[in-house]
Design a protein around this ligand. Structure first.
Ligand code: HEC
Ligand code: HEC
Length: 425
């Protein structure tokens, strides 16, 4: 008979720990993840109320205000645009696991959270994001805060729903590099995910792309940021902002600066596309933006007006990531209409872009005000472990992985160079 005395137990324990830590370095076998079952949440996230039909509905102070109309430019007590909600707690929670799971990429190396990191305003600190090939993608990663209120996605507005948007990065060769067949094969072979999808989508017995993107949409729709110091001020608590910040807000929404025409409170975007003529980064070709989406010259160089919620967290700025800080982004509007349009381009700059001649001090005040739009109180919890058994993508991991991908790319390029005989150098 085996007797488990303390020494034996300790030995057994260290063996288990050793085996576990050893396994981390081995090629992961996603199908035999023996972790105990994952339980999906049955309650709605904060700010949402569980309805009788089992879905979560958003609650916020702005629902007490009735209209965007007739409140003047940049009025504070206006309602929000229509939003996405009505997902079940299980769908939302499943989406959280998927969002952080690198099993969604072709080579298990990156997840949605690699480029949309919770502690970086759901962006990534980079001018342009780095995907699985180690190359930079075409544009900068936008924040995901308040995407529930948007009806167009991507800088050039080429997707109409969050579900349609998600297939972009999943199957883009430079982003997550996956294919629908390979993704379904991967997830359907992970028993933990099969069980979880079964709870979240009881009417479907296998995992489908539709349900993957629906879960991701459900999770992203819960990234609500509407409780900043600005919001407390908007709801009537005057002391929430200091004197400079109030001055900054008033310049921001004045008929001189005109920021609020496009960055309309409370969302700080009007959900429109506008041509404002921001420059590309050094050496990059001109980005035609929404001209391609709408097949219309009028939209050449047009981009979606981005929300300015949590804007202090998501530098560098603009579709190109070419502006390093808020001062530079704000000053852009003061440098003269169309000043950055490349030679030979003829853009239809939006009529609210003009020459406001703001003083340096006024630009500073706008920047001070923009910092009051930070609210990350509803940041979701990072999963502790994932159904695939792969490491959860956090900021450190994402950085490491990006460096690794770049190194691999450089090595590959070097070997191609050597094989082709180094003619140039
Ligand atoms: C390699 C980095 C990278 C990965 C991985 C990635 N994204 Fe993105 N994401 C971006 C970039 C860059 C854009 C902007 C692209 C454009 O506009 O052309 C973007 C845009 C978006 C948008 C549009 C936001 C808006 O305001 O229009 C959403 C939503 C989004 N991503 C969600 C996701 C989800 C969900 C995943 C995982 C399935 C994901 N992303 C994976 C970099 C990434
Ligand atoms: C005509 C509409 C319009 C007006 C007016 C306007 N903006 Fe913008 N804003 C945009 C668009 C469109 C972009 C994205 C442009 C791009 O990426 O090339 C943008 C981008 C920004 C960004 C960067 C956001 C990010 O996530 O990278 C900041 C900051 C900003 N605007 C602040 C301001 C301020 C401050 C003012 C007033 C001085 C202002 N905007 C006036 C349309 C407008």
């Amino acid at each position: 008979m085996i007797i488990f005395n303390p020494t034996r137990l300790a030995l057994l324990f260290s063996f288990v720990v050793f085996t576990l830590s050893f396994n981390v370095n081995a090629e992961p076998d996603l199908t035999h993840n023996s972790d105990s079952a994952f339980k999906l949440k049955q309650t709605c996230p904060a700010s949402f109320e569980l309805m009788e039909n089992g879905t979560c509905e958003l609650r916020n102070m702005y629902q007490f205000y009735n209209s965007v109309q007739g409140r003047g430019l940049g009025g504070t007590q206006t309602s929000l645009p229509k939003h996405r909600d009505g997902f079940t707690p299980a769908q939302i929670d499943l989406g959280r696991y998927l969002f952080f799971d690198p099993a969604l990429s072709k080579d298990n190396s990156i997840s949605c959270a690699s480029c949309h990191q919770p502690d970086k305003g759901f962006s990534d600190d980079l001018d342009r994001s780095i995907g699985i090939t180690g190359e930079k993608v075409g544009r900068s990663a936008p924040t995901l805060w308040n995407v529930a209120f948007l009806d167009k996605f991507f800088w050039d507005a080429r997707a109409d729903t969050l579900e349609e948007q998600a297939v972009g990065p999943l199957f883009d060769a430079k982003e997550m590099g996956n294919s629908p067949e390979h993704l379904l094969k991967t997830l359907n072979a992970i028993p933990q995910y099969l069980a979880m999808f079964n709870v979240a989508f009881p009417n479907s017995d296998e995992i489908t792309i539709t349900n993957i993107t629906k879960s991701l949409a459900a999770f992203q729709s819960t990234l609500i940021s509407l409780n900043s110091r600005y919001d407390r001020y908007a709801h009537g608590y005057h002391e929430a902002l200091n004197e400079n910040e109030i001055k900054g807000l008033n310049i921001f929404r004045s008929f001189v600066a005109r920021c609020a025409e496009c960055h309309q409170p409370p969302l700080f975007t009007n959900n429109q596309v506008a041509v404002i003529g921001t420059p590309e980064a050094e050496g990059l070709p001109f980005d035609i933006g929404a001209e391609k989406t709408f097949n219309n010259k009028k939209n050449r160089g047009g981009f979606k007006v981005p929300t300015l919620r949590n804007i202090a967290k998501t530098a560098p700025y603009m579709h190109s990531g070419a502006m390093k800080d808020l001062r530079e982004a704000t000053e852009f509007y003061n440098k003269g209409r169309g000043h950055a349009i490349p030679e030979g381009e003829d853009l239809l700059i939006h009529w609210h872009i003009w020459e406001p001649d703001l003083q340096d001090k006024e630009l500073d005040l706008i920047v001070e005000f923009l910092q009051t739009l930070t609210d990350e109180s509803l940041t979701p919890q990072l999963p502790k472990r994932l159904p695939s058994g792969l490491p959860v993508i956090d900021a450190d991991y994402a950085m490491q992985q990006a460096k690794h991908n770049i190194q691999q790319k450089q090595q590959k390029q070097q070997s191609i160079h050597t094989e082709s005989g180094d003619e140039d150098e």
